[in-house]
Design a protein around this ligand. Structure first.
Ligand SMILES: [Zn+2]
Length: 368
């Protein structure tokens, strides 16, 4: 199978920051019982043939006839093993965590992305109602369920139900707190579907995020940087985010609420499941650097992981990893978009801990 067109479309969407952040999302092409799907740990923007895994669709189809254990870890381990088995001989790379979901969509091409604007709906209180109202029978809504096997099975059942009821194969599948799958037999149709999704959602917005940068107090920046470096024991540069949206969000913990938890698995993996809130009184303590470092240690003690982002009242968002800041910037946009669709709706606690513990996500966080 020639996958030059799959590589082209992957790079094109991957290079568009409205559509793809930090490499998130994945693509596939099917033909004659074979599927090329993006391998885990590759960025769409610069992907080449080595970033795709060739899989046997009939072997993937057999997964649906198998009985898997009730226990989540055992089940996901076995499904993962079966997915690895479904690769063609000689394939070394690990298929995307969403390969099973790609395999069950009928059309030739699948482009799955997590655009901020789309997540403004999938992470909104009125998300489901909005998707039905704006996209009718062209779209299916999938509620928040465990990723991996359960998500794929939920989508499989939902498409059957949708087709049976409406007679229409859905062009797009909106996943609550995650993103969208768009599938079509031609790439032109993929583009048309995405254009329609983005323009329809843009037209439905009541306001757009105000992302103009705002200067950060240099003295505070220096203090927080030193504190983060002290805590992490490294000389790594600190990345800072401050803009008009954040100026109003960082006023107090109440205004910060729409940014205080995780919208999607990507946000958990790259910018942490929850930012550490630091109130501005810390700057009047005797040793602010020690005080902030102590808060970081307390967070780590409480949650078993280092805080990836510090949200400092009236100051800015600080992180040692650049990707944490990039994804937090997305959180800021998503939160603003959700206001047009009933307000923010985070992943629930069970889902957050599932992602935090999911072996596949640990792999993704590690290879990135
Ligand atoms: Zn995804």
């Amino acid at each position: 199978m020639d996958i030059a067109d799959l590589i082209e479309v992957s790079r094109r969407y991957g290079a568009d920051e409205q559509m793809v952040l930090a490499g998130g999302g994945n693509t596939s092409k099917k033909l004659g019982g074979e599927m090329y799907v993006k391998a885990s740990g590759h960025m769409l923007a610069d992907i080449d043939a080595s970033g795709f895994v060739k899989m046997d669709l009939s072997a993937l189809e057999q997964i649906w006839d198998k009985e898997y254990p009730e226990d989540t870890d055992e089940r996901e381990n076995q499904v993962l093993a079966d997915m690895m088995e479904a690769r063609f001989a000689g394939e070394q790379a690990r298929p995307s965590v969403e390969a099973l979901l790609h395999s069950l969509l009928k059309p030739v091409y699948v482009v799955h992305l997590h655009p901020g604007l789309v997540n403004g709906v999938t992470c909104a209180q009125d998300g489901e109602e909005t998707v039905h109202r704006l996209f009718g029978d062209d779209a299916v809504w999938i509620p928040l369920v465990n990723p991996g096997y359960i998500l794929a099975k939920t989508v499989r059942d939902a498409i059957r139900e949708h087709e049976g009821r409406t007679g229409v194969y859905p062009a797009s599948i909106f996943l609550q707190n995650h993103g969208v799958f768009v599938s079509a037999d031609t790439l032109d149709e993929i583009d048309r579907n995405y254009d329609r999704i983005m323009s329809t959602l843009t037209a439905a917005l009541k306001r757009t995020p105000q992302m103009a940068p705002v200067a950060v107090d240099p003295k505070r920046k220096e203090l927080i940087t030193e504190a983060l470096q002290t805590y992490a024991g490294s000389e790594q540069a600190c990345h800072v985010l401050m803009n008009e949206e954040l100026t109003s969000r960082l006023q107090d913990e109440e205004s910060f609420y729409p940014l205080s938890s995780a919208f999607t698995p990507d946000h958990i993996v790259y910018s942490g499941f929850k930012p550490l809130w630091i109130d501005h009184t810390v700057f009047s303590e005797e040793d602010p650097v020690a005080a902030v470092a102590a808060r970081c240690r307390a967070y780590e003690k409480a949650y078993g992981v280092a805080p990836k982002c510090l949200a400092v009242q009236n100051t800015g968002i600080f992180a040692l990893e650049e990707r944490a800041v990039i994804l937090f910037q997305d959180t800021v946009k998503v939160a603003a978009y959700t206001e047009s669709f009933g307000g923010a709706r985070f992943m629930d606690d069970d889902q957050i801990s599932f992602i935090r513990n999911w072996e596949v996500e640990k792999y993704r966080a590690k290879v990135s």
